[in-house]
Design a protein around this ligand. Structure first.
Ligand code: UD1
Ligand code: CA
Length: 491
């Protein structure tokens, strides 16, 4: 906040104890994620940015809410326990012993789209006007929406909760946002006048406005855009809020020179970063702090979670990368699975149906097709043929495979770890490698091939001769082969 004096005059109270009954999950909604961030952290983060001392009222599943807050903001928030959830008025009353500043900024915890400038605007207007209570209003005409309606007549202003409203809700489009700045002295004098004589049998914070107005004390309203104060009370409202948040994030990156294909179809978390010139394909999911460098491409339907991608790197469609680092000028996918803190150095290539788990792939090394690289350290300039399986697990322990620089691995190899393939060594196709291969050696670990001249015809004759003796269906000439008979008979 620009004025440091204000930070001492104002303290924040966030209401986060409610039972989230409209979510129908049995869990607190306040840790439901919106663009990858628990909902409660959005308003809390703004209080932190403003440098406001913050008290949070917790109750229903308080451990989960507290854990989410502490994980992100350490111990900068003070928690007050509202044992029974008797309403927003009761929640604020529970914090009485923590009222230290002259004015209290109180806000609902379920408004993830709120911005710093709106909060600053309300505080400024409240302090300038010396109001007893100030609150934010917005224009919203949906009669189904259960916002408190702000009714102004003559010199009187009051908030009537939707459930208590007797007229036509569609006619009352001025709604209460759920953000209040209240003079501490006014609160001390009037908090005990709240009651629960209403449809919900709850103590409403909104009645403080009605009390102030009746007493002809100054009540100030600040009109703000509805989209900024949307409350999230069920999954429909969560979806609506997330669409807005997501489109803001996408538009931010568009403004930084990132192209999105079918942008509305991309999922992106709040803490993802993307370099200019990059392209994000349709249906891509960029989650949990994923970082994408400049001029890179993330192909359609790729899933990147907590993953760093360098510059000019190509992630082909349907790739799944989790908790891994992929360098510059690299290429992965389509259909690859990179996870377990794996690292691909610059110019590495991991192609289709390749799984890389807890492994490192050196610069200019390639595993282009059908491989499992688990606990494998691959050096530089290594070529891995199709079908390598690093057998890293013996049923009890994981073991490491090391493939040193410039090695060439033939197709369809099996490496029984622990095993090391020396630098510039070659392994023959189809080898099962159980012992270390020295540098520059050729390892062949397979049966020698035997060709039996003209044996194919003999086998066919045998099959046709035996046809009536077998119960196997002979609708195709190869049925005995499929049944495995041929090998027995050919011996
Ligand atoms: C509230 C307002 C309504 C306003 C709307 C804006 C009241 C009575 N009504 O309604 O006028 O239009 O917000 O979104 O305040 N909470 C507690 N303890 C409780 C009950 C709730 O801490 O005992 C917390 C909730 O966790 C939530 C916040 O207070 O974060 C608001 O509660 P909620 O039930 O969502 O209020 P609304 O019905 O949306
Ligand atoms: Ca609400």
């Amino acid at each position: 906040m620009a004025n440091h004096k204000e930070a001492k005059t104002i303290q924040a109270i966030i209401l986060a104890a409610g039972t989230s009954s409209r979510f129908k999950t049995g869990r607190t909604k306040l840790i439901e994620k919106i663009c990858g961030r628990p909902m409660i952290l959005y308003p809390t983060g703004i209080m932190q940015q403003l440098g406001l001392k913050t008290v949070m009222v917790v109750g229903f599943q308080k451990e989960s809410v507290q854990e989410a807050v502490i994980n992100h903001f350490a111990d900068s928030v003070t928690f007050v326990h509202q044992e029974e959830q008797k309403g927003t008025g009761h929640a604020i009353a529970c914090t009485k012993e923590n009222w230290t500043a002259d004015h209290l900024l109180v806000l609902n915890g379920d408004m993830p789209l709120i911005t710093q400038d709106i909060i600053e605007k309300i505080i400024k207007k409240h302090l300038e006007s010396d109001a007893a209570i100030s609150f934010a209003t917005a224009h919203h005409c949906d009669p189904e929406a259960l916002y408190g309606r702000v009714i102004q007549a003559d010199n009187n202003i009051q908030i009537i909760e939707a459930k208590d409203f007797e007229g036509d809700l569609a006619e009352q489009c001025c709604v209460n946002a759920g953000i209040y700045v209240i003079k501490k002295d006014f609160l001390l004098d009037h908090i005990d006048q709240l009651h629960n004589n209403n449809a919900s049998k709850e103590w409403y914070i909104t009645d403080l406005v009605n009390i102030a107005s009746k007493k002809q004390l100054k009540v100030v309203t600040v009109s703000v855009p509805f989209d900024r104060i949307r409350g999230v009370n069920d999954f429909k409202e969560l979806w609506a809020a997330e669409q807005i948040k997501k489109s803001e994030i996408i538009q931010h990156w568009m403004a930084q020179g990132v192209r999105f294909c079918i942008a509305h179809n991309v999922q992106i978390d709040w803490n993802v970063t993307i370099g200019s010139g990059s392209f994000i394909g349709s249906g891509a999911q960029l989650l949990e702090g994923t970082k994408i460098g400049k001029d890179s491409t993330v192909g359609a339907f790729s899933f990147l979670k907590n993953t760093t991608i360098g510059d000019r790197t190509h992630v082909y469609p349907h790739s799944y990368c989790d908790s891994s680092i992929i360098g510059n000028d690299a290429s992965v996918g389509p259909f690859c699975y990179i996870h377990g803190d794996s690292k691909l150095h610059d110019n590495a290539v991991v192609g289709s149906f390749v799984e890389v788990n807890r492994s490192t792939i050196g610069s200019f090394s390639k595993a282009k097709h059908l491989a499992y690289l688990g606990d494998t350290m691959v050096g530089q300039q290594v070529t891995i043929g199709a079908g390598l399986v690093a057998c890293n697990y013996d049923g009890a322990k994981k073991h490491q495979t090391i493939i040193q620089d410039n090695a060439f691995i033939g197709g369809n190899n099996t490496f029984v770890a622990p095993v090391t393939i020396g630098a510039s060594a070659i392994t023959a196709a189809g080898s099962t490698i159980t012992q270390d291969v020295p540098a520059n050696a050729l390892a062949i670990a397979r049966e020698r091939q035997v060709n039996k001249e003209n044996y194919a015809d003999k086998i066919r004759e045998k099959i046709n001769g035996d046809k009536t003796e077998t119960e196997v269906s002979t609708t195709t000439p190869w049925a005995p082969l499929e049944a495995g008979i041929i090998f027995k008979q050919a011996e």
